[in-house]
Design a protein around this ligand. Structure first.
Ligand code: FE2
Length: 295
């Protein structure tokens, strides 16, 4: 059996990726065995841990299925080969180093939103299919709790697949173990900040400038800046205070930035003509400017 020599599931992870229609990753229950403060690591099982080695990787993206979310925390925990959870249960199998957090770990996603870990294939307990538990937290503190199951598992039938859409992944196998890809799509706005070019000089204090041109009929550009790195959000509201869309929502380095608004709401539709407010919030600063949109 060579590298990726046996495709046990019939469908390769690549074809799943290509066929994806950008559904958000579904939630699943947290279950009783999550614990705080899992150690940061990507190898969750000691080399002598009983069971089949498994290698899972994936990318965490925003709800366009394209924009990677960097520095998301991917928290994973699972049962051992005998279906036993450390911390909550006395596991008389496995855990050769008596690691209190055996088969538990957190990872941070990289620049491309990627994460990867190695462990052993989770065992069965109380009739549940094999599964990894996941809790993903973005830098904006958006949280998703879910689980990942496996096509090859005899406990996973079509009914299970239908009731857990997107959570059942195929596995490939080679001499080192099983390989799977579990991508995660979070319901987070695409961060559009800074896409118009390099950031400019760091201002002495945060600011939000009037959009230019104003009034505008197809595009206005809005300049803003922050003096310290941190979370910023820039949103559009109508003058009744109804939220229209987000233009930016995420962590930014200090600097001056330019972004655009083309008069579309979060649903992608052109908004009615009239006055709108652009509102910027960052640590210790809230600013707003009024703009007139004319179709
Ligand atoms: Fe579980």
């Amino acid at each position: 059996m060579g590298l990726f020599g046996t495709v046990t599931a019939g469908v390769s992870p690549v074809s799943i990726l290509k066929g994806r229609d950008c559904d958000l990753t579904n939630e699943d229950i947290l279950g009783p065995y999550w614990e705080e403060n899992h150690p940061y690591r990507s190898v969750l099982a000691h080399q002598n841990e009983p069971g089949t080695r498994i290698f899972i990787s994936g990318i965490v993206t925003a709800n366009d299925c394209d924009t990677p979310i960097q520095n998301a925390i991917v928290d994973v925990w699972h049962a051992n080969d005998s279906g036993c959870y450390t911390i909550f249960q006395e596991c008389d199998t496995g855990n050769p180093e008596e690691d209190p957090y055996n088969l538990r770990g957190q990872m941070l996603t990289g620049e491309n939103g990627g994460y990867a870990f190695e462990s052993v294939w989770p065992g069965y307990y109380t009739g549940r299919p094999r599964h990894f538990h996941y809790k993903i937290t973005t830098p904006d503190e958006l949280e998703l709790v879910t689980q990942c199951y496996f096509e090859d598992d005899p406990q996973v039938d079509q009914q299970w697949i239908d009731s857990h859409p997107g959570l059942v992944i195929p596995l490939e196998e080679d001499i080192n173990g099983l390989y799977g890809i579990f991508d995660i799509v979070m319901d987070e706005m695409e961060v559009q900040v800074g896409t118009l070019g390099e950031s400019g000089p760091v201002p002495e204090s945060p600011f939000l400038n009037q959009g230019y041109p104003n009034p505008f009929n197809n595009l206005t550009q809005i300049e803003y800046g922050i003096s310290k790195p941190g979370h910023i959000s820039i949103s559009i509201y109508n003058v009744s205070g109804k939220w229209i869309t987000n233009l930016a929502n995420g962590h930014k380095a200090s600097g001056t930035y330019l972004l655009e608004w083309s008069g579309t709401g979060a649903d992608g539709k052109i908004v009615p003509s009239g006055p709108y407010l652009v509102v910027m919030k960052s640590a210790g600063f809230t600013g707003s400017k009024k703009m007139l949109f004319l179709k």
